[in-house]
Write a protein that binds this ligand. Structure first.
Ligand SMILES: [Zn+2]
Ligand SMILES: [Zn+2]
Length: 228
């Protein structure tokens, strides 16, 4: 008789969680080995685009000639391994404890000691929202706002859908998101714009542009992961 499924079902009552990095049963959202294997992004960094550099600079060889609407980009992790696992657990698995236990603390650590007036999430178009049932950026942004003592302001709206960005080049990504977002009202002060992943930065850049037009003085982006 195969006892294993029963034993596992029973164990689920006591350890309902699985590690988001390796899927093994764990007493928290991440097991110890996966915690130690977090693909951290460490200084020195370019304070403008957020990529690792040889020395800390504002504007590196990679971003100096690129026009950016945001003033800085932060992310605690690279989009690989355990970092990717955490994003997928939330976005495609709907596993929400990962927000409070892992994502928000790591992200808040990136902006420790700084003051922001508002935390704004990157919006999801309503058709995608309907399909997924939640906006991961909103869940993350709300938790981060609580941790850093800033107000949460869900002011951006996606006025039309976009093509999936995955297959697009950097230039077509920018075209793909142009005019997609609008702000529901005026925005003031220093803004922390939050999403789960930054790839080319096209979406964040367009959101930052809209926020600046709405009155934001400064826009810093914060994502859990980024491709480096
Ligand atoms: Zn693990
Ligand atoms: Zn740079």
């Amino acid at each position: 008789m195969a006892l294993k499924p029963y034993v596992e079902a029973l164990a689920d009552l006591f350890y309902p969680q699985r590690c988001v990095g390796c899927s093994r049963r764990s007493s928290d959202v991440l097991c110890r080995p996966c915690f130690e294997a977090l693909p951290g992004i460490t200084p020195p960094l370019c304070r403008r685009c957020g990529l690792p550099t040889a020395f800390e600079v504002y504007g590196c060889d990679g971003c100096r000639t690129v026009e950016l609407a945001f003033d800085g980009a932060r992310a605690p992790l690279r989009y690989e391994g355990v970092g990717k696992g955490a994003v997928h657990a939330l976005k495609y698995g709907g596993y929400r404890p990962v927000v409070e236990r892992l994502m928000a603390p790591l992200m808040a650590g990136c902006v420790e000691g700084e003051r922001f007036d508002v935390v704004v999430p990157v919006p999801l178009h309503r058709t995608r929202f309907a399909k997924r049932g939640f906006n991961q950026a909103e869940l993350i942004g709300d938790a981060v706002a609580g941790m850093i003592g800033a107000s949460f302001l869900d002011t951006l709206r996606a006025v039309r859908g976009t093509r999936d960005q995955v297959e697009l080049t950097a230039t077509s990504r920018r075209e793909n998101v142009a005019g997609v977002f609008e702000a529901r009202g005026p925005v003031t002060g220093r803004v922390l714009l939050v999403d789960d992943v930054m790839t080319t930065g096209a979406t964040l850049n367009e959101c930052a542009r809209v926020l600046k037009t709405a009155g934001a003085r400064e826009v810093q982006t914060l994502t859990l992961c980024r491709t480096c």
